[in-house]
Design a protein around this ligand. Structure first.
Ligand code: UDP
Length: 245
């Protein structure tokens, strides 16, 4: 079942169900992609119709960030739980390792994907890191060709939004990969360059505050969150006025 949050259709799954679905998609014939929209991404989709369409065209649309959960509650269509991209990736890595799958890491500054690869290979025995590439390439054809030659089953595409979603939808089908996941800054975390919030902050839904305290430059991006919730509130009032009228 899909939940419509301001035009983006989210899969209403628990983390466990999302990981099981991702694992299945990684084994299924054909190309699949996963997106993990946060409020910023939903805002981008509201401003650009074709971007919204390619988000909704993904095989899995997972709610990253507490803001999406709040919006679901405001709209009276609550989602079951938050499925942050990075936690989804960690769950998927365990399953991919158990199946000895080949993973390609694309994105972040030069050297980061490689560093992340070394750590992931050590943390998930059985997982095969078949190639890496930084996210500042200019030749997408060459980047996708490298992925193809690496014979990857799965690729983590971490180019930031909206670039990563557009890239997956356009170049994914020629990559030979079965599953691509758009994961924003995840490689920086896997490489140990950016620390995640302690669990207690995550559980309290305060990861955004932790990130803000450590990267104050994010304030401009985060200031848009309250506005996002106001938009959800207005949309709800608009739809209940329609029902009455
Ligand atoms: N990035 C990239 N290529 C680009 C622009 C960004 O590889 O052209 C990377 C950037 O280095 C970072 C990630 O994309 O690793 C985006 O991180 P951000 O914190 O913006 O993502 P979030 O996790 O907040 O979605």
């Amino acid at each position: 079942m899909k939940i419509d949050i301001l035009g983006v259709l989210f899969d209403n799954l628990t983390m466990e169900e999302a990981v099981a679905t991702g694992t299945r998609l990684a084994e299924e014939e054909g190309f699949h992609y996963v997106v993990t929209p946060n409020p910023e991404i939903v805002n981008l989709a509201r401003a650009s119709r074709d971007y919204g369409e390619l988000l909704n065209g993904a095989d899995l649309v997972l709610p990253d960030g507490i803001g999406i959960l709040y919006a679901g509650r405001i709209l009276n269509t609550p989602l079951r739980e938050r499925v942050p991209g990075i936690d989804f990736a960690a769950g998927l890595l365990k399953e991919l390792a158990a199946r000895e799958k080949r993973l390609y890491l694309l994105g972040a500054k030069p050297g980061v994907a490689q560093e992340a690869g070394v750590r992931l290979a050590a943390d998930y025995p059985g997982l095969m890191i078949c190639g890496t590439g930084d996210g500042y390439f200019t030749d997408s054809e060459a980047a996708v060709q490298a992925m193809r030659e690496a014979e990857a089953d799965v690729a983590f595409v971490c180019l930031g939004a909206p670039k990563q979603e557009r890239w997956m939808a356009e170049f994914g089908p020629q990559s030979g990969v079965r599953l691509m996941v758009g994961l924003g800054g995840a490689l920086d975390v896997f490489a140990g360059r950016v620390a995640r919030a302690p669990r207690i902050w995550q559980r309290l839904g305060l990861e955004w505050l932790y990130r803000l305290l450590h990267q104050p430059s994010r304030i401009g991006r985060m200031a848009k969150l309250p506005l996002f919730l106001v938009t959800a509130w207005r949309a709800r009032r608009g739809s209940s006025a329609n029902e009455k009228g």
